[in-house]
Design a protein around this ligand. Structure first.
Ligand code: ATR
Length: 277
């Protein structure tokens, strides 16, 4: 009998996780399968019951269940607790343990592409304050990056990320207009909102006219791969970081939690890019 892995969420029929996790299973040379367990909110109880009964070894959790899954867990990792969100559940000694690998996966994806970027003294601008932004913010704080500003449409939502700071973290909450005005001070700009995602490919959350030389602009949107803001970044001479690599590395970290196997998966980033172009 091989590993049993899967994904819960709604809707998930277009998810890339089965493709990716099946590649990981092959790369690791283990027996296993990764299946979709789709269910609407009123079917969630039944889906959970089914996963318990089949003794699934591990599963990913996506929208809209990243918070509500916590009610069904036996144990929760401290960082996932702080974030209030779980994207990976592991069956360990009969217990369901919840983790969040999104932020860690994002940081790893940046390190693969720009190994020298994430230094303590850089200035980061985070655009957006949703679930993805929370995980990324927390992981940047854990990388000892002290200056991370947050710009968001709703300033209240941005302020809710401040509970994830450490004592030496310097964070200002900004409007998008203020972020544009300060743009030349940032070494890394991370776009985490849904703005620019298909079909709204002409949308862009801020303009980059004032960008610093050699800055990196990162977008976690990967449909399309080349979002409008990334095109503008390139036109302004900045470096870019595409969103699909975060997907690969959050998945790689989930696979590691389930199996203990730390796979080298960089080539899959290129494969996924071809698939999405
Ligand atoms: P995710 O889990 O993918 O991060 P989310 O939690 O729904 O998704 O967060 C969405 C983010 O995109 C938020 O920062 C949201 O801004 P608000 O906090 O002001 O709602 C941002 N967002 C979504 N649509 C937007 C739009 N049209 N303009 C600007 N920001 C937008």
């Amino acid at each position: 009998m091989g590993y049993k892995f899967g994904l819960i969420g709604h809707p998930i029929s277009h998810s890339l996780s089965p493709w990716m996790q099946t590649k990981f299973i092959e790369l690791a040379q283990v027996n296993g399968e990764y299946k979709l367990y789709q269910g609407s909110p009123d079917e969630l109880e039944n889906v959970i019951k089914h996963l318990r009964e089949m003794e699934i070894d591990g599963f990913n959790v996506t929208v809209p269940y990243k918070q509500v899954i916590i009610d069904y867990l036996d144990e929760l990792d401290a960082d996932a607790a702080k974030l209030g969100a779980v994207n990976t559940v592991v069956l360990r000694d009969g217990k369901w343990v919840g983790y969040s690998t999104d932020g860690e996966g994002y940081v790893q994806s940046v390190k693969e592409k720009y190994p020298n970027l994430l230094k303590r003294d850089i200035s980061v601008l985070l655009l957006g304050a949703g679930g993805a932004a929370r995980g990324i913010y927390r992981s940047l704080v854990q990388q000892n990056i002290t200056h991370i500003d947050i710009a968001n449409r709703s300033l209240n939502n941005a302020e809710s990320l401040l509970s994830l700071k450490e004592s030496d973290t310097l964070t200002s909450v900004l409007s998008f207009k203020e972020a544009e005005e300060n743009l030349s001070t940032y070494d890394l700009i991370i776009q985490t909102t849904s703005v620019g995602m298909k079909p709204n490919v002409q949308d862009q959350v801020i303009q980059l006219n004032n960008i610093k030389e050699n800055a990196v602009v990162s977008d976690i949107v990967y449909q399309p791969i080349e979002t409008k803001i990334l095109k503008e970044a390139q036109n302004n001479g900045a470096y870019v970081h595409y969103g699909h690599s975060m997907l690969i590395y959050q998945g790689q970290k989930a696979f590691e939690k389930w199996t203990g196997i730390n796979l080298e998966v960089n080539h899959l980033t290129d494969e996924l890019e071809q698939k999405l172009r």
